[in-house]
Every structure is written in C-alpha cells, then in structure tokens.
Design a protein around this ligand. Structure first.
Ligand code: FEO
Ligand code: CA
Ligand code: CA
Ligand code: CA
Length: 619
C-alpha cells in the first residue's frame, strides 16, 4: 500500500498536542519517548514487542483484517451464535418468517433487533443476559410490507416491539449456549413498557403530559445503546438517539430551542411511529421528548419490576454508564453523550454504597459534572448546579443537561461513546469515535469545536481513545490527568496525523472505536463501529474488528473480525470467564451479508459466544 498523503512540513496542532501528551507521560512505553516528528513519521513502522509466551497477557496471534461474511477468531478459539433477532423466547413464539419479517405479535415474544450493550447476571445456577435492542433494520424488519417503511399499524407495533431490552436466561450444554425457552426470567421491555420516572425531574412541569399529568410515569424505552451494571445487581440501559422517533403533525411548527438542541425535528425520519401513536407527535404532546434520553435501571431478577428512569444521571444521547466507587463509598457513574461536539459526564451519588445493604435508590439523587480537558494534560470535573449553570433548579439541569454543560464551558468532544474503568487501578478510558465536524462546525448548541487536547484532529475520520487518572486515585476527585491511549488511523494509506499513534500499525489498524470493556485482568477490549468499505481511508482495515489492548504497554492486537457491514459490540463474560459473549450488530445493514445463516438467508443481528478449544479462561 503506497503512501498517498504527504504530511505537511510544519507542525500541526495535532503534532503539538500529541507531542505534549505522548512524550511526557510514558504511557506508551518506548514509543512515547519519540518526538512529535518521529512519532508522526514512525507511526506506520512502529511494531509492538513480540509476545512473552509464558506470561503473554494477549495470548493469541493477531487475526488478519478480512472482508469475509463470517466471524473470524484466532487459532485456538471457536464461536457460535447464541440468539438472533426474532428468535422466540417462549415456546408459543414463532420462528422468523424471512419474507414478512414476522408480525407485531411474533416480535413481542421474540428477541429484539440490533442487539448492542449487554450485561450478564447470575442467580444461583441460572445465567441471565440483559441485552439492549437499539434500533431496527427497517429494510428487513418490514419485509414485503415495506420497502423499509412501516405501512400498517402492525408494522409500527412490530417496530416498537423490536426495540428496547431483551432479558434472556441462557444455558450451556455440551459447550453450546442457547436461550432457555419459557424461563421465568425471560422478559421483553419495549417502547410501550410502563416506566417510573425518578430523581430530581420526577413530576416536573416539563415532564407532565396529557396521559400523565403527574409527570411520574412514562411508556417505554428506545434506542437503547450501551449498558452498565451496578454493584447491587441491576442493569442500566442507556437511551441514545431518542429524538429520531418524534415528529410533528404540524409541519410548520416552530420547535423550541430546547428540542432543537437534541436534534428533534418536525419531519418524520422514516420511523412512522408518530402517525400511529400520538404521543410521538410533538405538535400534540410537546413534553414527550423530555421523558426520554435517560439511563433506565432495570432489575433483571424481578420480571415484574417496573423499570426506573434515572433523571439524576442527566438527559442526553446516552452511550453507556460505567460505575466506579469513590473512596467515600459514593457511587460514580461515567457517561458519554454520543454526538459531535457534545460532552463527557460524571455523576456522584449523594448516598453511599454498602455491601449487602439497601442500595436500590443510590441513583436517585446526586451531582452531575461535565469534563474540561486542558491541553497541558490536566482536567477538571465541572459541577452542574443552579449556581454554576444559571438554570433554575436541579430538575431543569437533569432535563436540559446539554445546555447546563455548555454553560460551564465543558470541553466539546469527538462523540464520546463507551467509558470503561479499569478494575485493577484507578484509570478510566473513553472511546471518541470520530467527528467530521471537528474544527469545522459548532455543536448543536453553538459551542465552538476547535481542535483541542483530547480531540487533536480536524474533521476526525478515525477516532481515538482518551484516558484519565483521577487525582489521588479517587474517582470523586475534582481533577484528573489525561493522555491519549491510541489515535486510530490508517498507516498504510496516510502519513502524518491520519497514520495514527505509534501503537497503531498496519497489522492492528482500525477506525471508530465504540464499545469498550475491561476484563477481570485489566486488559482492554476495544469494539468498533466504523468504515468497513476496505477502500480509500479504510483500505486494508476490512470488516469491523474487536481488539485487545494492553493498558501499560499500549500494544493492541486484533482478536476478532466481524461479518460484513456489522458493528462489534456488547462484550461481556460468563461467571467462570470461560465464555466471552459478543454482540454482532446490523450485519448486512446495506444488504451485503447473510450472517449468521449463510447462503440466501436474511442477515440477523446476533449474540455470539466465544470459547477456547482448551476450555481456558478468556479475560
Ligand atoms: Fe449507539 Fe453511540 O452508539
Ligand atoms: Ca450500535
Ligand atoms: Ca455505540
Ligand atoms: Ca458508533
């Protein structure tokens, strides 16, 4: 692969910032000592150290990039599908009709579409997976009714039922994991499931509607992206692109700035819900969009429990919710708002976690903060309070969280996706997936998005992973130090900034880091949702991969390559750590895959299980 781009001879902002952030801290081992120029020039040639066979923390040979329509794992590992979109969860369900995409009734008894974040729970001998179903592949879901658009009331019922959360009991027999049909724990939570609104915004005027004048009970959750798991055994599901689902029956309607900030528009975006269910019609029910965009807490062990919308954790396009414990015992939740130029957040509970105690309402009240990153490698958490933001009350901050963070001048970020806290030490990582508006356009609130420390490239196509260490090792500390763990790029095509950092090579290169999870040994699993054309900027990168990164050395190896047109997401582990569950989301989203059935089957999002041939642990 030739070098098609010649880097500019003068230092760019990127080089200056990367020099500061990679050369001073030594996070990246020997490579970190390189000068900015050396760094940029050597990015394509950098090679990780060969593995130490006996104690190799990355015990596999890197999988080569490829564009096959299957899952590729290293030698010594195997995989199988556990559950796919539309697989029945009860014995009265119906297998998928690939021509019609099923019905509303069949979807309500089946695993949802587009599985994303997931977490595993153990109850006695039982294993539960709580899995987000983020959105739907419309060109497949509506089958012959389409094309790609809901035409009937039942299409809308099916679409709403394919969203939300699927809780399934799974069991392993002869090495193969599958769904336990009719388990008392199996549960579908959809866009119509009753929810309780909790926290500061509960009952607030902005949350009251015609159907719920008390502002305390809403219906459903949708566009559930990343996830979280609490220390007390509940599942956190994060409402991301909630705005897509609203539209106005009055096309001339002037939307308030508060809705425009979140991207709500009058025109339908081919979702079709507002025409069949008027709570999605903002001309009739303008407060409905204020009742979504939250983290929702679900008790997977109690199928009758009512999910709780946790307004204390703020309203934005939530990616995931990563828990950590402060030295005081207060619960800390790190959260990203995945939109170009939006912010990174932290919540600290008022109450304290007590092992074995009643922790059920710890996410009810607390303080929100937004992150400010300074170019000198320091940073601060800026509290969002009526005093700091000028907003009238904590409830207003919980509803208009983006506006609150703008008011304190937090740092505009390159689309913060998942956050992950290292269980073996007080450091936290966040995927900044990409941002083609960086240095070009302000965010939707008008905040400028200049090239800055953790977001060092204009029109960022590849993404990066930023990490920080709280001062004194305490997650409640008001300050931190930060650096970049990896700057993604393509060293086979570019020199200069778009070649990426030294630990990004032609062997492990990737783009658009998205999901992020630490295993129990403190290794970092990097999931991707990026360009898979294998051409141009993405030449040689193949389908989206799953990679394993060593935090201390910076070494990264490609562990898995997904099928065509998929995103790899949702990594979690069985209790014995001998199985890793991985989400394969939207294979064939452009019609180019038959995963996992092969031949002429429709592609289906799926949860897969990966095990080692020798029965050993994976993370
Ligand atoms: Fe649903 Fe930001 O990914
Ligand atoms: Ca996704
Ligand atoms: Ca994501
Ligand atoms: Ca993404």
């Amino acid at each position: 692969m030739g070098k098609s781009n010649i880097r500019t001879p003068v230092p760019t902002d990127f080089e200056v910032v990367v020099h500061r952030r990679l050369s001073r801290r030594g996070f990246l081992g020997g490579a970190a000592a390189l000068s900015a120029t050396t760094f940029v020039m050597n990015a394509a040639q950098a090679r990780p150290a060969p593995p130490d066979s006996a104690r190799d923390p990355l015990p596999f040979s890197s999988v080569a990039a490829n564009t096959r329509d299957t899952v590729t794992v290293p030698e010594g590992y195997r995989w199988h599908a556990v559950v796919r979109w539309a697989d029945p969860m009860w014995s009265d369900g119906h297998p998928l009709d690939p021509v019609t995409g099923g019905t509303g009734a069949s979807q309500e008894r089946a695993f949802g579409d587009n599985n994303d974040g997931m977490e595993l729970f153990t109850i006695g001998q039982r294993t539960l997976l709580a899995v987000n179903n983020e959105y739907v592949n419309r060109h497949i879901l509506f089958g012959t009714s389409g094309p790609g658009l809901p035409q009937t009331a039942d299409d809308v019922r099916k679409s709403k039922a394919a969203h939300g959360v699927s809780i399934i009991e799974v069991r392993q027999d002869s090495g193969i994991w599958s769904v336990v049909l009719d388990s008392p724990y199996n549960r579908r939570i959809t866009a119509d499931t009753p929810m309780t609104i909790t926290g500061p915004a509960r009952g607030h005027r902005l949350l009251r509607t015609a159907a719920d004048p008390s502002g305390t009970q809403s219906l459903g959750t949708w566009n559930n992206c990343g996830s979280g798991k609490t220390l007390w055994g509940t599942f956190l599901t994060c409402e991301e692109n909630f705005h897509f689902y609203f539209a106005s029956s009055d096309p001339e309607a002037k939307l308030p700035d508060s809705l425009a900030r979140y991207g709500v528009r009058a025109s339908d975006r081919n979702i079709g819900w507002s025409a069949r269910d008027e709570r999605f019609d903002i001309a009739k029910h303008p407060h409905e969009p204020n009742r979504v965009g939250y983290v929702v807490e679900i008790d997977p062990t109690d199928p009758a429990s009512i999910p709780k919308k946790r307004t204390a954790l703020g309203r934005f396009k939530h990616e995931n919710a990563e828990l950590a414990l402060a030295d005081s015992g207060q619960v800390v939740v790190y959260m990203g708002d995945d939109e170009r130029g939006e912010f990174l957040y932290r919540f600290i509970s008022d109450g304290h976690y007590r092992e074995g105690g009643d922790n059920a309402e710890l996410l009810e009240t607390g303080t929100l903060f937004a992150a400010r990153f300074d170019d000198d490698g320091r940073g601060a958490w800026l509290p969002l309070t009526p005093e700091t933001t000028g907003l009238p009350s904590p409830a207003d901050i919980c509803v208009h969280t983006r506006q609150a963070a703008s008011a304190v001048r937090a740092t505009t970020m390159d689309r913060p996706e998942w956050v992950a806290a290292n269980p073996t030490g007080p450091e936290v990582y966040c995927c900044l997936t990409n941002n083609t508006h960086r240095g070009k356009e302000p965010n939707s609130g008008g905040d400028p998005t200049p090239v800055n420390g953790p977001n060092p490239r204009a029109e960022n196509r590849y993404g990066q992973i930023v990490r920080w260490r709280p001062t004194g090792g305490d997650h409640a500390s008001s300050t931190f130090s930060w650096d970049l763990y990896v700057v993604a790029g393509n060293p086979a095509v570019h020199m200069g900034p778009n070649a990426g950092s030294p630990n990004l090579t032609t062997e492990n290169m990737f783009n658009s880091p998205d999901g992020l999870a630490f295993d129990s040994t403190g290794m970092l699993w990097i999931q991707t949702d990026g360009g898979y054309s294998d051409e141009g900027d993405f030449a040689g990168q193949g389908n989206n991969p799953l990679l394993l990164g060593h935090p201390a050395t910076g070494e990264i190896r490609r562990f898995l390559v997904g099928p065509k047109e998929c995103e790899v997401t949702g990594v979690t582990w069985s209790a014995d750590r001998k199985t890793m569950f991985v989400g394969i989301q939207h294979p064939g989203e452009r019609g180019g895959s038959h995963f996992p059935g092969g031949s002429d089957t429709v592609p289906r999002s799926a949860v897969i299980a990966i095990t080692r041939d020798d029965g050993g642990r994976i993370g």
